[in-house]
Design a protein around this ligand. Structure first.
Ligand code: ADP
Length: 491
């Protein structure tokens, strides 16, 4: 079989497009050195969309070496010019937003209208934001004594390995690649094996935008092959990873065992929503419904635990269940669809197993719990869930929420903190003092008051405890992608 670097993909709406399927190294698409490929599957139909190159350690070597060769030239490129290239890339992503949304819909099972706004256009906006940062990264001067002049300069880290997950494929390309490039690094991007298509398409746009060869390299492949090789490579200076907590922990130790890379980890969560008795329950159910069921629950900051003050517990549940029943599940290409399928047979089986286990442990099923067909899972609500039940403790990464009641703020805080995670949390109350007090007390990277999932690229995002290390987004991520050098000059 002759492997190709491009495939014609037929889309469900009757259109077709040219999908790059090779590795993107040194500005060109090429086949994998082992001449291997991997299939990517449409989670709605369970059928193969196309095959992409299966990169392994020899391909990672080639990509890292391309990134190393491009490193000096890119670091020395005037920041304003780096910003202009990113600006062009953002424009091209916007130009092709309809197609990119369809790619995310077939490859990840996302509803196409949601994918366009929340994934593709949000990614383009993020790239544009860091285009603006490129020429604003600066050091300091510090006064110590009359005989010296002291300054700090911020320098790119070098070659950055960016390992991204399947739940927000193109959005994570934007979140990680844009700040890395703006601050003068070259990158090797490793998309998730389940959703490689949009990242490869972005490679084509990187080519069209005119980035110098080797500044951006993309190696598709399996985590244990391409991903692990990238983490172990001595020529890589930093890894920025988004994915599961167990893999993140492995990356931290693999980095220590190799060349002690700088590491950013954005990992799992079990994020709580706390609903006080003075909250507007009609508004609350909208937020918490989106909080857990958005992206089929496949969201690191999914609001998978809901704590409700005991005197409004039943009233909340009644309204919440009614709201949950209105979620439209179905074909990602239908305009009204809110919930598509889960990403894969393996995820589907894992989540159904967790639902079964919750029932066995005595959690009360208030809604859903079934798989109607294929990889679909009904939005599922368990009520009266105890703190010691697995469904209250373990990340499901699916459309399943555990609900329980609390007495007062201190009881709520104890329950909120009874977890190993610290990614996000939400508080719903009409008493701003109460909201701010909780926001200050809760140990998590992001706290939403009277809203949920309101992520924006201006604000840093990333957790504490087993939810991760370091930050994506905002100004903060620029320190993740730069080293500070101190210079003292004797006068
Ligand atoms: P999920 O459970 O969401 O699939 P993973 O953490 O398994 O999350 O995957 C997130 C990303 O990490 C994917 O790109 C995957 O290929 C990659 N990955 C998985 N295992 C490893 C590994 N051992 N080393 C490096 N990357 C890995």
């Amino acid at each position: 079989m002759t492997l190709q670097t491009e495939s014609i993909v037929e889309l469900p709406d009757g259109t077709s497009y040219r999908q790059p399927v090779g590795l993107f190294i040194s500005g060109e698409f090429t086949t994998a050195q082992g001449q291997l490929s991997l299939d990517t599957v449409n989670p709605y139909t369970g059928t193969i969309i196309c095959s992409v190159a299966r990169g392994r350690s020899d391909d990672i070597d080639a990509a890292v070496s391309a990134a190393q060769s491009a490193s000096k030239g890119w670091k020395d490129t005037p920041p304003r010019q780096r910003g202009q290239l990113l600006q062009t890339l953002a424009q091209l992503m916007r130009r092709d937003a309809d197609l990119l949304a369809k790619i995310e819909a077939v490859d990840a099972g996302k509803p196409v209208h949601i994918a366009k706004e929340a994934d593709v256009l949000a990614a383009a906006a993020c790239v544009q934001y860091y285009a603006g940062w490129a020429d604003k990264i600066k050091g300091d001067t510090l006064e110590t004594d009359p005989k010296t002049l002291n300054l700090t300069v911020r320098e790119p880290v070098g070659v950055c390995g960016l390992i991204i997950p399947w739940n927000f494929p193109i959005l994570m390309v934007g979140w990680k690649m844009a700040p890395a490039l703006a601050s003068g690094n070259t990158v090797v991007l490793k998309p998730a094996e389940l959703t490689p298509l949009s990242a490869l398409y972005v490679g084509k746009l990187v080519q069209e935008a005119g980035f110098p060869p080797g500044v951006v390299n993309i190696v598709t492949g399996f985590g244990a092959e391409a991903g692990a090789a990238l983490v172990a490579h001595p020529g890589v200076n930093k890894i920025s990873f988004t994915g599961s907590t167990p893999v993140g922990k492995g990356i931290l130790s693999a980095s220590a065992d190799s060349s002690l890379k700088r590491i950013t980890l954005e990992l799992g969560g079990k994020s709580p929503s706390v609903i006080f008795n003075d909250a507007d329950l009609d508004e609350v159910v909208e937020w918490v419904n989106g909080g857990i069921f958005y992206n089929m629950g496949q969201n690191c900051c999914a609001g998978s635990r809901i704590y409700v003050q005991e005197d409004v517990y039943e009233a909340f549940l009644e309204k919440f269940i009614r709201r949950v029943e209105k979620n439209v599940m179905g074909d990602p290409f239908h305009e009204k669809t809110f919930l598509g399928p889960q990403i894969s047979a393996a995820q589907h089986a894992k989540i159904m197993g967790m639902i079964e286990n919750a029932r066995t442990q005595g959690a009360v099923l208030a809604k859903g719990g079934e798989s109607p067909h294929g990889w679909f899972i009904e939005p599922t609500v368990f009520r009266d869930v105890r703190q010691d039940m697995d469904i209250m403790r373990e990340e499901v990464f699916g459309p399943v929420v555990a609900v329980a009641s609390f007495k007062d703020a201190s009881d709520a805080l104890a329950k909120v903190h009874d977890t190993c995670y610290g990614l996000a949390a939400a508080v719903f109350t009409s008493d701003l003092k109460q909201g701010l007090g909780m926001a200050k007390s809760i140990k998590a990277g992001t706290i939403w008051v009277n809203c949920y999932n309101m992520i924006t690229h201006e604000l840093p995002f990333g957790g504490c405890r087993e939810s991760g290390v370091g930050k994506d987004l905002g100004e903060d991520v620029l320190s993740e992608f730069t080293n500070t050098k101190s210079i003292r000059i004797m006068l």
